[in-house]
Design a protein around this ligand. Structure first.
Ligand code: ATP
Length: 351
């Protein structure tokens, strides 16, 4: 297992700065997702870790050793890409062992590793098939097996599931997650899909415009984003301008609400408050709970029914607040309602 560290790594292509001084520490055995919109620099970061691209400045460390000058073949990294690039005229077995065959490893060792890896990726029954006879998910498992058989100390995956349909993508995520935990291999996974990143990763590095915006556990990014950009990218719907009246109180267009005090915010400051749509309770006006904090009056503006859940948009004081509820009962569009949100469900973001 290998620990990977980026120290003030920067990458320029001519006059264009693709990566602006990124620091990242990836623990041994950890699965880290590099998440961000197209062109933000995920692939460039991955390529610098792999040794396919040299940083303009800064260092890449493997287990504390600077590998900046170590060639890609010597870094012992394994790579899996969106395109599987399997050899069409070779069977699954041959595709998987090809890398070891050309390295001239003893036949017996290759065979032992093959048996082990076909078990791991559950491809035993497909071993004699050719790529054209496999599904997309099976082909991607061959590509993963081909990489893992070389026993890399770091596994890199660049949008490996982008070609698969939604259902298969979900299955493959779980497959990769379990495989990675079982093997304990340090893994770096590039994706632009926040759901994929949250489901797979121990920690997620959000990258915007070549800068590390936030690095943390999925629930931390989701519940405690450090900027409205991160909140937005992680799928937050209710972000409103507000002013801090006290450490535990903020005034927004829909009223004054109690919030959980957060370090680093000063009274009087302009902030954003984020209300998680699933953290808000919704009541018909007549049933508003007594003595509860943070009641907001509004009116249902829209309703979307998803079966198990229902999503309302409530207009309150000029703001549109999205509320996700289990669909035990349905409230009607136009109906006056009261929203209630616990102070610990309100996250404040500095402006
Ligand atoms: P995507 O999700 O679309 O693959 P990404 O986040 O992986 O995007 P990168 O491929 O890392 O983004 O590219 C980051 C930026 O660097 C982009 O603006 C890209 O155009 C630029 N870039 C990448 N490689 C080169 C290169 N060899 N020469 C010049 N510019 C490059």
């Amino acid at each position: 297992m290998t620990e990977v560290r980026l120290n003030a790594v920067q990458k320029r292509f001519g006059a264009f700065t693709a990566i602006e001084s990124i620091d990242l520490d990836i623990k041994s055995g950890e699965l880290v997702a590099l998440l961000g919109p197209s062109g933000c620099g995920k692939t460039t970061t991955l390529r610098m870790i792999a040794g396919l691209e040299a940083p303009t400045s800064g260092e890449v460390l493997f287990d504390g050793k600077d590998v900046s000058d170590v060639a890609v073949q010597k870094r012992n990294v394994g790579m899996v890409f969106q395109r599987y690039a399997l050899f069409p005229h070779m069977t699954v077995e041959k595709n998987v062992t090809f890398g070891l065959d050309v390295r001239g490893l003893p036949k017996q060792e290759i065979n032992e590793r093959l048996e082990e890896i076909l078990d791991v990726v559950q491809l035993n029954q497909f071993r004699k098939r050719f790529p054209a006879q496999l599904s997309g998910g099976q082909m991607q498992r061959v590509a993963i097996a081909r990489t893992l058989i070389t026993k890399p100390s770091v596994l890199m995956m660049d949008e490996p599931l982008a070609n698969l349909d939604t259902k298969l993508r979900g299955e493959m995520r779980r497959f990769i997650r379990e495989l990675q935990k079982r093997l304990g291999i340090t893994t770096i996974f590039v994706t632009h899909d926040q759901v994929e990143a949250m489901e797979l990763a121990d920690r997620v590095a959000v990258i915007f415009n070549g800068k590390l915006a936030q690095f943390g556990a999925p629930q931390e990014l989701y519940q405690q984003p450090n900027s409205t950009e991160v909140a937005d990218f992680m799928g937050a719907s209710n972000i409103f301008s507000a002013r801090l009246l006290a450490a535990d109180r903020a005034e927004a267009s829909f009223g004054i609400i109690e919030i959980t005090p957060q370090a680093g915010l000063t009274t009087g400051a302009d902030v954003h408050v984020m209300l998680r749509s699933e953290g808000i309770d919704l009541y018909p006006q007549a049933e508003a709970p007594q003595g509860t904090q943070n009641l907001i009056s509004g009116q249902i503006k829209a309703r979307e029914f998803f079966g198990a859940s229902v999503q309302y948009v409530v207009s309150a004081g000029g703001a549109d607040i999205t509320v996700a509820e289990q669909s035990r009962r349905l409230l009607d569009v136009g109906q006056p309602v009261i929203l209630s949100v616990q102070p610990d469900r309100v996250w404040t973001i500095a402006r």
